[in-house]
Design a protein. Structure first.
Length: 459
């Protein structure tokens, strides 16, 4: 965030200044009092607790002032809603950027958002662009404005993940940071408990395409529901991508291979093609890499520049990380989150790798959350897939995970929690096993993979 007088910030967010010294400059924002720093504005958000209770801690660490819904002991910008104030400040920051605002690329989709974001940021940075990109899981109504306000003045492009659990969420994010380029990664059954149906998901994700300006560009997979891409809207350009060449696809892949150094494939755009070698593991990641390439093409980069950037991708943690453990055990850690589509892709990939390497294949699966009335059947389907693929052992962690066993005819070990699952693996893993671990974040399987890496580290 560029330096802005405190009085100007108060004007922008419609705040009443209480006890604040005139002439102070704001150079950043925070919502965690423990991380407040000099010249930062602490936004006291209200959630399970009232952030205003921690105002003193933020001020003691050097915060310029506190944005809160009531006066606190110290300089305060009093507003009706601190979160709305944060979002208004982010929007103003983009609108008044000098000499000109950065281009905003919005990325949404049921799966693959973070990999697409990581890949697009790598492409742009390799090409010499100054980029601000979403960090961690900052893809909601709090994280997105924080990302915008964390950008430095040299940023030319903002690559922003836009998550949603309800219709209207993405439209709201687009009002905070209006995108010029939209990237849709996929439409799949996620958050069915709130969206209600695939059609509802398509409408919700389609808010990104509907928020683009007339001269905007939309990048999307071929064959998604029309509502997901605002079909019929006249945009400057549309770019479609797909895993293979087919009617209506602009960008596709062929000759997909994986080796010790990562994923390789030939990427095609019309009559052009280029070889891609990317340090990520999982043939199912071709789609998000193509999505990222589409976003870069929309910004004017060449296919060759895209391939160069994909060779330098660094994925956000807990997504498709491969570890070699003691006893020649291979661990594929994809514990960040889970949905039916992502689970299917990861299981297919893991089984193919285990088969190619002649290894026994073990799946450690946590439940998939937020699937509403369809939850049990989706878990059964994953169990049936694991059965069809020929997994040797299925370890089910947590309450929802027990439904996997209803579709799996092989050996199943149900576990109540991560601790119990670790004990089972300690007893049951064999030298040379290929172990894939995946589940919704709330299951806590990242703690399990971390413990396996520590206890079975190669020394």
């Amino acid at each position: 965030m560029r330096g802005t007088p405190l009085e100007e910030v108060a004007r922008v967010i419609g705040a009443r200044l209480v006890g604040a010294r005139v002439g102070r400059t704001v150079r950043g924002v925070c919502i965690d009092s423990r991380r407040a720093g000099p010249d930062e504005l602490f936004f006291a958000l209200r959630g399970r607790v009232d952030g205003a209770e921690y105002a003193g801690d933020a001020l003691a660490r050097g915060a310029v002032a506190v944005v809160a819904s009531r006066p606190v002991e110290g300089p305060t910008l009093v507003v009706d809603d601190p979160l709305d104030a944060l979002q208004r400040l982010a929007r103003w920051s983009i609108e008044t950027w000098e000499p000109e605002p950065p281009v905003v690329v919005g990325i949404t989709g049921s799966v693959g958002k973070t990999t697409t974001k990581d890949a697009l940021a790598a492409i742009l940075r390799t090409a010499g662009r100054h980029v601000t990109a979403t960090g961690g899981n900052y893809n909601n109504e709090i994280g997105l404005p924080l990302t915008v306000l964390s950008a430095n003045e040299s940023s030319e492009v903002m690559v922003l993940e836009m998550g949603a659990t309800h219709e209207g969420d993405i439209a709201h994010l687009c009002r905070i940071a209006p995108p010029q380029v939209g990237v849709l990664t996929a439409i799949a059954p996620v958050h069915l408990d709130t969206f209600g149906s695939i059609e509802g998901i398509a409408r919700g994700k389609g808010e990104l395409a509907r928020s683009l300006p007339d001269d905007g560009v939309m990048v999307a997979p071929v064959g998604v529901p029309p509502a997901a891409i605002a079909e019929g809207r006249n945009l400057r350009r549309r770019i479609t991508f797909g895993r293979e060449r087919q009617e209506g696809v602009d960008l596709w892949a062929s000759e997909v291979r994986e080796g010790p150094e990562g994923l390789g494939f030939r990427m095609h755009l019309g009559s052009q093609s280029v070889r891609v070698c990317s340090p990520v593991f999982g043939t199912h990641l071709v789609q998000p890499l193509l999505a990222a390439t589409g976003g870069a093409l929309a910004l004017g980069l060449s296919l060759e520049e895209c391939a160069a950037g994909l060779s330098r991708v660094k994925r956000t943690g807990l997504r498709g990380e491969v570890y070699r453990l003691r006893g020649d055990i291979v661990l594929y850690d994809d514990t960040y989150n889970a949905s039916p589509a992502a689970m299917q892709a990861v299981l297919r990939y893991a089984r193919s790798q285990a088969g190619e390497q002649g290894r026994r294949c073990v799946a450690v699966l946590g439940g998939m959350y937020e699937l509403g009335l369809w939850a049990r059947e989706y878990h059964r389907e994953i169990g049936r897939l694991a059965d069809e693929l020929g997994f040797d052992l299925l370890v089910c962690v947590g309450d929802e995970a027990r439904w996997y066993a209803e579709g799996f005819s092989g050996e199943v070990v149900p576990c109540g929690d991560v601790e119990e699952a670790y004990g089972v693996l300690e007893e049951r893993l064999e030298d040379g096993d290929y172990v894939v671990v995946k589940g919704s974040r709330g299951v806590g399987l990242d703690a399990l993979t971390r413990r396996l890496r520590e206890s079975l580290a190669v020394v």
